[in-house]
Design a protein around this ligand. Structure first.
Ligand SMILES: N[C@@H](CCC(=O)N[C@@H](CS)C(=O)NCC(=O)O)C(=O)O
Length: 327
């Protein structure tokens, strides 16, 4: 685990001294947008037209942020238009790695050994964290964007002419409500589990823990009234919550000490998670081997023995009763 400073790799763990033991996530730095006609998006520069075969996703199957982009790639029928390379789940002293001799973990575009080389290829003087997901432009040989919340918005609509898939998970009329839910879910749940796990003081951990479980209680109560977070329509808000929920009982409860309750214990969140998991194209994006290997093996400060637990048993294919709200 480390970061780049002026294009040079430095191996170091997250610094939490200045923030009293609190984990603070750094903002992503590449913020260009792919648009249907190449016009600039809400940030960054233009010229990134939606074209089949032009873009590549670098992901980890363990990472909840990268996972969102894979879910949207499938839901929006982009599998044959956007290629993917997957890092090895063990994130060690060089950060995320590719394996040149293993097809499953190869960088199919640049043949790099380390993910940080993708960043220095885009900006030789890059300073900052080296994260997944990364959306890469094969034509301009640069990073378009490394912020998952923006990549899913691009996937949601920019390629509609290319694919003919017009499913809309961020419809105009529901945006205010979706944004409000994201504002609860992101800091307290998505990032909340990391705030628990990476806290280095008791106080920081307990603060994150209380925020996390009060947000989960609120979301569970909301899901007693309708099938999804925004009424009975699947939206971006559901998919953003999904990638944290699906990792929760397998990893966060133990590894990140988020153990007040499991998702399986919640009356509404448990069947809701199964409902999302069973949507077409979604189960294929979930890989518990990658998920467990990554967290338990890579975070040496949390799990120095690197022993990876065998359980738990998860029955995500089991029946859910969420269709009672209507299809
Ligand atoms: N803002 C980013 C965050 C991505 C992120 O933090 N990814 C983690 C993996 S789950 C990562 O690559 N961490 C490496 C590091 O922080 O050094 C996004 O949502 O796309």
């Amino acid at each position: 685990m480390g970061l780049l400073v002026d294009g040079e790799w430095r191996d170091q763990w997250y610094a939490t001294k200045k923030t009293k033991g609190r984990f603070v996530r750094e903002s992503a730095q590449f913020r260009n947008w792919i648009t249907a006609d190449g016009a600039p998006g809400p940030s960054g520069e233009g010229g990134f037209n939606a074209e089949s075969g032009r873009y590549h996703l670098y992901v980890s199957l363990a990472c909840p942020w990268a996972h969102r982009t894979l879910v949207f790639r499938n839901l929006k029928g982009l599998e044959s238009h956007i290629t993917v390379s997957v890092v090895h789940p063990h994130m060690m002293e060089h950060g995320w790695e590719y394996r040149t001799d293993d097809e499953d973990f190869r960088d199919h575009i640049n043949g790099f050994r380390y993910h940080h080389q993708v960043y220095t290829a885009a900006d030789p003087q890059y300073t900052g964290r080296v994260t997944v997901p990364v959306l890469w432009d094969k034509q301009r040989r640069t990073i378009v964007n490394n912020e998952s919340s923006e990549i899913i918005r691009m996937f949601n609509s920019a390629f509609d002419e290319v694919t003919g898939n017009r499913l809309d998970f961020y419809p105009e009329a529901l945006r205010t409500e979706i944004d409000e839910i994201n504002d609860l879910v992101y800091p307290n749940i998505n990032n909340g589990v990391y705030r628990c796990g990476f806290a280095t003081t008791q106080e920081a951990y307990e603060e994150a823990f209380d925020d996390l479980f009060s947000a989960l209680d609120r979301v569970d109560a909301r899901l007693a009234k309708h099938r999804y977070l925004v009424g009975n329509r699947l939206t971006e808000a559901d998919w953003r919550l999904f990638t944290t929920l699906v990792r929760f009982d397998a990893v966060y409860v133990g590894h990140f000490k988020t153990n007040l309750r499991r998702i399986a214990d919640y009356p509404n969140l448990a069947p809701y998670l199964r409902d999302l998991y069973q949507q077409s194209g979604v189960a294929e994006t979930v890989d518990f081997w990658h998920i467990k290997q990554h967290y338990y093996y890579s975070h040496e400060t949390i799990n120095p023995t690197r022993v990876v637990p065998k359980g738990p048993e998860l029955n995500l294919d089991a029946h859910h009763d969420r269709t009672r709200f209507g299809d």
